[in-house]
Every structure is written in structure tokens, then in C-alpha cells.
Write a protein that binds this ligand. Structure first.
Ligand SMILES: Cc1cc2nc3c(=O)[nH]c(=O)nc-3n(C[C@H](O)[C@H](O)[C@H](O)COP(=O)(O)O)c2cc1C
Length: 212
């Protein structure tokens, strides 16, 4: 059987932390869609490299162009940097680089070189000015096409960028999908889980995909 739910949070829903269902939607925890994670690199106003671990995004396009869609919280460095520079790079880290990804959040001041301080190496991009992360197997250079608030009065903003250049490490050029997944080891973000019947919540985690 299927249970039907309206969109209002219910009183018996546990929150993992205070205001969790104000800052995020309870639906994200109840539905639990895993999102691939990547590092968005941009340049801060003072010229220092910025890295943001990100997961609210998707990729789509046709022969006329391939696009990255990102949702960013207003108030972060990446949000301000993209509005100012109109460009960014998307770098795909592997599960083995999880600790470095966490460091980009721990060392997030204006004065931080967030690529070097996380233990990565910055390399110049080919088309844009934002740096790429040399250790990531995939880098997608993006130019802003349009941006819009997710909804009026909200704190999240949608950015659409055209992918204007791609760098692929030779290890992920294999046509065998199994081999490619084994090399990519892309981290998927499961933000957390909520059982909307009992109201119980459990913390999220990261996962990787495999072919079935
Ligand atoms: C696994 C994971 C996924 C995240 N996904 C997003 C996201 O999709 N959008 C967002 O705005 N912040 C996301 N964050 C939070 C940002 O990484 C964090 O706020 C970061 O410090 C912002 O960096 P910035 O101020 O340099 O932009 C995520 C954090 C983690 C741990």
C-alpha cells in the first residue's frame, strides 16, 4: 500500500537538529533522493581560490549545449563569486577524497586558499578564470547563462551554466561503465532519513553507486 502525504510537516516528526525542517524541507528527508556531490571552484573577490562541496545539482542538454544546474544557499562565498564572475568549475572528487572535501567546509574564511588548505592542488582552467582541482578526475568549466531565486522570499538560488570545456583524466575515459564507476567513486549525498509514519529520523551519509 502507498501512504499519501500533504506538504505540511507534522508535529510528531523528529528533527535531527533544531529548525532542520525550516532550513531544509522535511520532504527531502522523507523522500531521500541521493545526489552526486562535487566541488565547485570559483575565485573570491580577493583572488583566493574558493571550493564548495555541493550536491543540489543536475546536468542536462542537447547537441546545442550541455548545462549544469545548481542550487546554492544565498550568503555563501560561491553564491557571491558566481554572481560577480559569472563562471565556475565543477570538479568530481572520489570517495577517497572525502576528508579533503570536508576541509573545504572547515577552512572557509575569506583568507583561505580553499583548494590548497584542503590538501588539493589548483591548476589553471582552459577557458575560464576560476581554478580547477588537479587531483579530481573530471573538471567541467562553466559559464553562467541565467540565475533565479528558487522561490520568492526563499534563501536558495538557482544557477544555470553552460559547460564550455571539460577535462577528463585518462583513468575515466574507459568505455566500460563498470570500470568507469570503479574509478570515479563519486560520492552520493543522502542528507538523512525521516520515517513520516513514526516520525523517527536518522542521520544521512554518503554512498557510491555500482552497476546491477
Ligand atoms: C555533502 C554536502 C553537500 C552539500 N551540498 C550543498 C548544496 O548543494 N548547496 C549548498 O548551497 N551548500 C551545500 N553544502 C554546504 C556547503 O558545502 C557549505 O555551506 C560550504 O561551506 C559553502 O562554501 P562557500 O561559502 O565557500 O560557498 C553541502 C555540504 C555537504 C557536506
Amino acid at each position: 500500500m502507498r501512504h499519501e502525504f500533504g506538504i505540511e510537516a507534522q508535529a510528531h516528526f523528529q528533527e535531527a537538529w533544531p529548525n532542520a525542517y525550516s532550513i531544509f524541507s522535511w520532504l527531502e528527508y522523507a523522500i531521500s533522493i541521493p545526489y552526486p556531490t562535487y566541488l565547485i571552484t570559483t575565485l573570491k573577490e580577493n583572488g583566493k581560490p574558493n571550493a564548495c562541496w555541493h550536491s543540489w545539482g543536475c546536468f542536462s542538454g542537447t547537441g546545442q549545449g550541455y548545462y549544469a544546474l545548481l542550487v546554492l544557499n544565498e550568503g555563501g562565498h560561491t553564491y557571491a563569486n558566481i554572481l560577480r564572475t559569472r563562471e565556475w568549475c565543477i570538479n568530481l572528487p572520489t570517495l577517497d577524497q572525502k576528508a579533503q572535501c570536508e576541509e573545504t567546509i572547515a577552512r572557509n574564511d575569506m583568507e583561505n586558499d580553499e583548494i590548497a588548505d584542503a590538501g588539493f592542488t589548483a591548476e589553471p582552467a582552459r577557458i575560464i578564470h576560476s581554478p580547477r582541482i588537479a587531483e579530481c578526475l573530471v573538471a567541467m568549466e562553466c559559464r553562467l547563462e541565467w540565475h533565479w531565486p528558487l522561490f520568492e522570499g526563499g534563501s536558495q538560488h538557482v544557477f544555470a551554466g553552460k559547460i564550455v570545456h571539460v577535462a577528463l583524466d585518462e583513468r575515466v575515459c574507459d568505455a566500460d561503465p563498470q570500470l568507469r564507476l570503479e574509478k570515479l567513486r563519486t560520492m552520493y549525498n543522502l542528507i538523512g532519513t525521516l520515517d513520516p509514519l513514526s516520525g523517527e529520523t536518522q542521520p544521512g551519509s554518503l554512498g557510491i553507486v555500482r552497476l546491477v
